[in-house]
Design a binder for this molecule. Structure first.
Ligand SMILES: [Zn+2]
Length: 155
């Protein structure tokens, strides 16, 4: 890439990755020594596939709510605008395998869910745009390919 961009993922060649994967996308240290690790959790192959909005939205609610039961130090979990994945940011936690283990447990929670948390007009900005079944389909697909999560780039 010719010009180095400010956003880490803008420097990532999206044609060279192989979804699904979980990639460490950045490490930032604060002045008091606290460290934030940001992960790129990619479900769909960039520019080939994407998640449909209602399914993505419900998966976001389910992941964001449940991941905090399995992992201390979660700062944020939020979707990518390209609808191919999510970002997970954690503070003062640097164990990649524990991140994968927490993700696996969280996806199991999604499969076991009977409703989408906070999908109402008080707690959400687009409460009509949800699909529990769609979210569960995405979670099932990602779990099925668990062996591939550590393989980020095409050979
Ligand atoms: Zn919402």
């Amino acid at each position: 890439m010719v010009q180095k961009m400010n956003v880490e993922s803008f420097n990532l060649d999206h044609t060279k990755v192989k979804a699904p994967y979980v990639r460490l996308a950045g490490v930032i240290q604060g002045k008091n020594g606290d460290i934030i690790h940001k992960y790129d959790i990619r479900l769909k192959q960039p520019n080939k596939e994407h998640m449909e909005m209602p399914a993505l939205h419900s998966l976001e609610h389910l992941l964001a709510e449940n991941v905090r039961n399995h992992l201390d130090h979660v700062v944020d979990l939020s979707p990518m605008g390209c609808q191919t994945g999510f970002y997970l940011a954690v503070i003062n936690h640097d164990n990649y395998d524990e991140i994968l283990a927490a993700l696996e447990k969280t996806l199991q929670d999604v499969l076991n869910a009977t409703e989408v948390p906070a999908c109402n007009e008080v707690q959400c900005g687009w409460a009509a745009s949800h699909s529990l079944e769609g979210a569960q389909e995405l979670a099932r697909e990602l779990l099925t390919k668990k062996d591939e999560w550590k393989e980020i780039f095409v050979d």
